[in-house]
Design a protein around this ligand. Structure first.
Ligand code: FCB
Length: 454
């Protein structure tokens, strides 16, 4: 049995395009994910986020569920294409929607943890070049300012970006995510402009808010070399540079690791970095969000790797990704809770005093509805408990972890996988929009309401 500190934040997380639906309502304009979903073959099961969980209309019902779960915070994202329909314009109906959502959360005693960018770039900005264009970062800051002015009095924590690694590299290098481009030089420019967008957005929020809790959420990769050989260790280090250091360096230390620039020098000269950018990017943050699901194992390759997962790592052609051992989730991901403890303790050693939160963690399984009308999901319950325990162990080791957000409140649109992969602790029947409790929801309810893991 383990008791978490009083005041520890137990939350659930979602993202706009994954849950909202209502893509044509109240002045929303298309995002890159609408375009991706309309492109044959891009979404494995042919579904889209057009309806998803219909949370745009059902948010009150979902907040009632959160209240029943006993969570103290909801991590959601706002959809940029609902707010800024074209450069320089503000869509008040979109702003009003999130204002109502935030009010309803506060009324239920649930703190709003708002993410400004969870991958739904307005399509008109992609048409103008997307994240590889510097201008996109300035457009993001304008959007951040609008949101800050509208909701700054009520939002608990402002997160600039969710997993910029996926936005840059799944979006522009590997192409599995929107906008589906496969262009390694462009993906490095996208990474830099996402960093810049983070810094500019925090400056923009700072200009309109007297004080605010600021954060960014990174999916730092737990990378393990296949052996103790120098080559395999070097392969793992290379992956960590383009997976992790590319964000931590500029955002928290004000510099890119020179070795990262060297690793990718055959792809890009990084001439898109302008004087002063790194000072803009390195803004103080109140809390660092970590999303954690699974680990990565690599070895030095004997011939260049370009396709599949390898394509998502610019400059890492001579690295081979290996299958992970043990029982895999429905995503094919391994279950290694100890890596979560390790990452949290490493971060706390590297950035002493920096508050940490696990902003996403969870697992997909092939759930079934039982005759009793409920979902019995022992694998997800076990995953949840093991990872909450891993967070507890990091706290025991002194890591200042202040919260844990279960991914996800609901089954939802799982990007390139569509609606077929279910991460929810509450099931969604997509035909009826009924919410159905899973055992994992009940298990999380016990943890969130008591602070006790047993
Ligand atoms: C993360 C994303 C989130 C969800 C989970 C399963 O990478 O941030 O939206 O899709 O994976």
């Amino acid at each position: 049995m383990r008791k978490f500190p009083d005041g520890f934040t137990w939350g659930t997380a979602t993202a706009s395009y994954q849950v909202e639906g209502a893509i044509h309502e109240d002045g929303r304009v298309p995002s890159i994910w609408d375009t991706m979903c309309a492109t044959p073959g891009k979404i494995k099961d042919g579904t889209s986020g057009a309806f998803a969980c219909d949370q745009y209309h059902r948010y009150k019902q979902d907040i009632a569920l959160m209240k029943e779960l006993g969570v103290s915070s909801y991590r959601f994202s706002t959809a940029w294409p609902r707010i800024i329909p074209s450069t320089g314009k503000v869509n008040q109906s979109g702003v009003d929607h999130y204002s109502r959502l935030v009010d309803a959360l506060l009324e239920a005693g649930i703190k709003p943890t708002l993410t400004l960018y969870h991958w739904d770039l307005p399509q008109y900005l992609e048409d103008a070049g997307g994240w590889p264009e510097r201008d996109t970062a300035y457009r993001f800051a304008e959007y951040a300012e609008v949101m800050g002015k509208a909701l700054g009095d009520r939002v608990d924590t402002w997160t600039t970006l969710n997993e910029p690694w996926c936005a840059a590299f799944l979006g522009y290098a590997d192409g599995e995510h929107a906008p589906g481009r496969q262009d390694h030089p462009a993906s490095l420019a996208a990474a830099h402009h996402l960093n810049l967008a983070h810094g500019l957005a925090l400056q923009a929020l700072g200009a309109v808010l007297e004080s605010f809790r600021s954060s960014v959420t990174l999916n730092l990769h737990a990378v393990y070399p296949a052996s103790k050989s120098g080559e395999d260790i070097a392969a793992a280090e290379r992956i960590k540079r383009v997976g992790n250091e590319i964000w931590l360096g500029p955002m928290l230390e004000g510099a890119y690791d020179p070795q990262l620039l060297a690793d990718t020098s055959h792809i890009s000269d990084w001439a898109f970095i302008q004087d002063g950018d790194l000072a803009v990017i390195r803004q103080p943050i109140s809390v660092l969000g970590l999303n954690y699901y699974s680990t990565t194992a690599v070895q030095a390759a004997d011939h260049p790797q370009y396709s599949g997962w390898a394509g998502a790592w610019p400059g890492a052609e001579m690295v081979e990704f290996l299958p992970r051992p043990g029982a895999l989730t429905a995503m094919g991901w391994d279950q290694t809770p100890s890596a979560l403890t390790e990452m949290l303790t490493e971060l706390s050693a590297r950035y002493p005093g920096l508050e940490l939160m696990v902003t996403e963690n969870g697992s997909a399984w092939d759930d079934l509805v039982s005759n009793d009308g409920l979902v019995h999901d022992p694998d997800r319950v076990a995953f949840l408990k093991a990872h909450v325990e891993a967070v507890g162990q990091a706290i025991d080791k002194g890591a200042p972890v202040s919260g844990y957000f279960a991914w996800s409140l609901l089954d939802n649109f799982e990007w390139a996988w569509g609606l077929s992969k279910r991460f929810g602790i509450i099931r969604v029947d997509y035909d009826t929009q009924e919410r159905i409790w899973k055992d994992s929801g009940r298990a999380y309810q016990r943890i969130a309401t008591t602070g006790i893991l047993d």
